[in-house]
Design a protein around this ligand. Structure first.
Ligand SMILES: [Zn+2]
Length: 136
């Protein structure tokens, strides 16, 4: 039986993405992925499923995210929650007066699919990835 292996469709770009995400994680900054990288993540059967996991591990924020989810379950008001389709989104401000905070998305209850340092605006009005990007 032939082993079904998913392979990266462009290992050069795949490696760049991996390096960028880990470097960002080590230096506690947001990963900046170019359009080419983002397009690769969408198209590549190997990198696509891996990138969310890389981001979570590299970001070093998993413990923060788990604390947030526990606080949300305990009904703590500082953790905001909204639901979009099958995603549950949580947001906690860094400080009560700050618009910046941590956003955690989960699927199916407990599976964390992304952890992002972002702003309350992005939590309340997420940019929907839409081929016909309409700017205001
Ligand atoms: Zn790839």
């Amino acid at each position: 039986m032939k082993e079904q292996r998913r392979e990266c469709i462009n290992p050069t770009i795949g490696k760049q993405i991996y390096i960028e995400i880990f470097d960002a994680g080590i230096n506690r900054r947001l990963a900046t992925l170019s359009r080419e990288h983002e397009a690769h993540i969408r198209a590549c059967p190997y990198c696509g499923p891996l990138v969310p996991a890389w981001k979570i591990k590299a970001g070093g924020r998993l413990a923060d995210a788990e604390r947030m989810l526990a606080a949300a379950k305990a009904g703590r008001a500082e953790v905001l929650h909204r639901r979009e389709g099958d995603l549950d989104m949580y947001f906690k401000r860094n400080t009560p007066a700050s618009s910046a905070g941590l956003m955690v998305k989960t699927k199916g209850g407990d599976e964390i699919i992304s952890i992002d340092e972002t702003s309350i605006e992005n939590f309340e009005h997420p940019r929907v990835s839409n081929p016909s990007e309409c700017e205001e």
